[in-house]
Write a protein that binds this ligand. Sequence first.
Ligand SMILES: [Zn+2]
Length: 199
Amino acid sequence: MIDYIIEDCDQFSQEDRDKMFNLIAMHKKTGKEHGIRLCEKDNKITLSDHCVGAKCHISPKKFAKAICPEGTKEIGSFHTHPKIGYLPSPLDIIVMLDEGEKLSCIGTDLYPDEEKEKFHRLIDCHEIKSRDLKRLGKELRSTEDKDKREQVIDSIVGVLSRHEYAYDLLKGRCYMEQSNNPKRRIWSEKKKKYIETFI
Ligand SMILES: [Zn+2]
């Protein structure tokens, strides 16, 4: 039995939730990260075309192939991480700030391999909370100058390294869990220590 535990993710349709969870399952088979853009219209979030490839979210050029449908506005992205990495990595945050993404959703699979018959998938969506990061993001987007951009990125890395805990920098927007063992809830057990989640 597949069970969903959803908190405040009603901006996503059931079909799109299924698609994202399928990308997490695909990740396991292919060993690649899978990414997709999140597009907004009338307060609903829809998905762009699927982008396949190793770290496709990291390369804006490759990721640019995933385009939001006409009439929608790009607001962020979803991509998969290996186990436990349910938070955006430092590089994810830099890309988020550079592209002006409001929302970053990460999908991960939480059961160890030896428990193949079980699965528990988690999608966790975050916004940037830190004012310092928001300000640096604006600075980064406002310049094409390579040296200046490097300086700003250094400052972003500085902010990230000064904060040990993710909740100082990020604000959880919503999360979804898909499981054949719904009794096992992860959210409350999740460690918030940011440095452990760097991928
Ligand atoms: Zn990532």
